[in-house]
Every structure is written in structure tokens, then in C-alpha cells.
Design a protein around this ligand. Structure first.
Ligand code: CTP
Ligand code: MG
Length: 233
């Protein structure tokens, strides 16, 4: 079985606004709806689990297509960090998922996901022993800043050769992923993506080429960019 798990229990500190980021509107639709619909449009995905905050009052108001509605279930077990939200979601599914089932973890804040990207990830990884993630080779020159607490100035240039930016979905088998995230939390090693936890166990996740459109909406101007992309401007 192949399922999607969407952590959507953050508050969106960097974007600000009255609503948590995942519920802010993009072309009139909550951000979260786009990722759900992308998975619903992927025939291989048999369930879409959305991790929301325990006190969430907003999910019920998200309008979905009939197919998305039928596949989606909320898990009101969001935690203090993305790491904990994903782990809590996996724990909540322990009875219904098999250790060998694939889980595609995807940020609610990446509305640019498409069924074609999901298909690319699945085609690359379904036969893989470990799993992997969508990512993009770094194109810009990278600067490290001086840690002197003043206005940002360059300390040195970081070689970008061989560096990739991690995106989501990140696709791993349920059993391994749960073990990896639980182990990292227990060892007090917070992770910002699933792959880091898998890497810490000595595995090498595969890098599958993502898309610039699959960027993470983080700041207010990102929402404007996402809207322009969506409208083909
Ligand atoms: N997330 C979550 N639980 C948390 C924190 C984040 O489920 N405690 C989710 C967010 O809802 C988002 C994804 O993880 O879909 C990626 O996180 P990020 O872009 O950092 O969103 P926020 O944490 O909400 O934003 P910020 O860091 O600016 O506060
Ligand atoms: Mg965050």
C-alpha cells in the first residue's frame, strides 16, 4: 500500500496573518487543498492522512473534490515541531499500516505538487530498498555569513557542487520511517525532514529531481509567487 501523510499542524510564524499558513488562501482555496488534490489525482495513492493540531477548527471548512474527500482523513495529533507532528501521525496509524507500506510525507505548505511529480517519485523509488525524496540541485552560489551579530556580511563562499535542496514528498517505508523518527526524537536530535532521520541510521536516500514549482511557501511574497504560477502568469 502507498499512502500520503501531510503535516499541517504548524502556525506559519514567518508568513504571519490571521490564519495558520496551511489555511491561508491561494487563488481562493486553502493552501492545504492543493497538496491533497495532487495526491487524490494519483491513482496509486490509497489514503491521504492530514496531521492537524489537536485544537484545529479549520480543516472542516476545506472544500475538496469527491475523490479527495473519500481518501482523506485527519489525524488531530499535531505536535510542537514538524518532526513530532509526522511521528505522531505515524504512531496513530500503527494499527492500520504494515511496516513495508510506503508513506509519502509532504508539507502542506508546498501547493505546487502535481500528480506528475508524485508519479516521477514513485517510478524512481518503488523498487528501491530505502526510498528517497524530491530535491533540486542548488543553482545559486552559496554564501556563508559571518557570525558577528551585526549586519549580514559574507564570511566565505560555499562550494555548491554536489549540493541539493530537499523538497517533499519524502518517501520511505512505514516501519523504517517510524523507527528513524522515533530514534531521532529520543536521542534529542530534531530533524527538519524525514531523510535526515533515515540518513542517521546509515541509509542513503535517493535524490529524485523535483521542480522549482514545488517550492515551500514560507514568506508572504511566496504566496504571491505561488498564485502567479498557478494562474500561469
Ligand atoms: N508543521 C507541522 N507541525 C508543526 C510545525 C510544522 O505539522 N509543529 C507542518 C506545517 O504545517 C507545514 C510543514 O510542517 O505544512 C512545513 O513547515 P513550515 O513550512 O516550517 O511551516 P510552519 O512551521 O507552520 O511555519 P513557520 O516555521 O514559519 O512557523
Ligand atoms: Mg516551521
Amino acid at each position: 500500500m502507498i499512502v500520503a501523510l501531510i503535516p499541517a499542524a504548524g502556525v506559519g510564524t514567518r508568513i504571519g496573518g490571521d490564519l495558520p499558513k496551511q489555511y491561508q488562501l491561494l487563488a481562493g482555496r486553502p493552501l492545504l487543498a492543493y497538496s491533497i488534490e495532487a495526491f487524490a489525482a494519483s491513482a496509486e495513492i490509497s489514503a491521504i492522512y492530514v496531521v492537524v493540531a489537536p485544537a484545529d477548527q479549520s480543516f472542516g471548512g476545506v472544500a475538496l473534490s469527491a475523490r479527495a474527500e473519500a481518501l482523506t482523513r485527519t489525524l488531530p495529533v499535531g505536535g510542537a515541531s514538524r518532526h513530532e507532528s509526522v511521528l505522531n501521525g505515524l504512531e496513530a496509524l500503527a494499527k492500520e499500516l504494515d511496516p513495508a507500506d510506503w508513506v509519502l510525507v509532504h508539507d502542506a505548505a508546498r501547493p505546487g505538487l502535481t500528480a506528475a511529480l508524485v508519479a516521477r517519485l514513485l517510478a524512481a523509488l518503488l523498487q528501491d530498498p530505502v526510498g528517497g525524496l524530491l530535491a533540486l540541485p542548488v543553482a545559486d552560489t552559496l554564501k556563508a555569513e559571518r557570525a558577528d551579530g551585526k549586519a549580514a556580511t559574507v564570511s566565505h563562499t560555499v562550494d555548491r557542487a554536489g549540493l541539493w535542496q530537499a523538497q517533499t514528498p519524502q518517501m520511505f517505508r512505514f516501519g523504517l520511517l517510524r523507527e528513524a523518527l522515533a530514534g531521532a526524537l529520543k536521542a534529542n536530535r530534531p530533524v527538519t525532514d524525514e531523510a535526515s532521520a533515515i540518513e542517521a541510521l546509515g541509509f542513503a536516500p535517493r535524490l529524485v529531481r523535483g521542480s522549482p514549482s514545488n517550492f515551500k511557501v514560507t514568506y508572504p511574497e511566496d504566496l504571491e509567487l505561488a498564485e502567479k504560477l498557478l494562474k500561469g502568469q
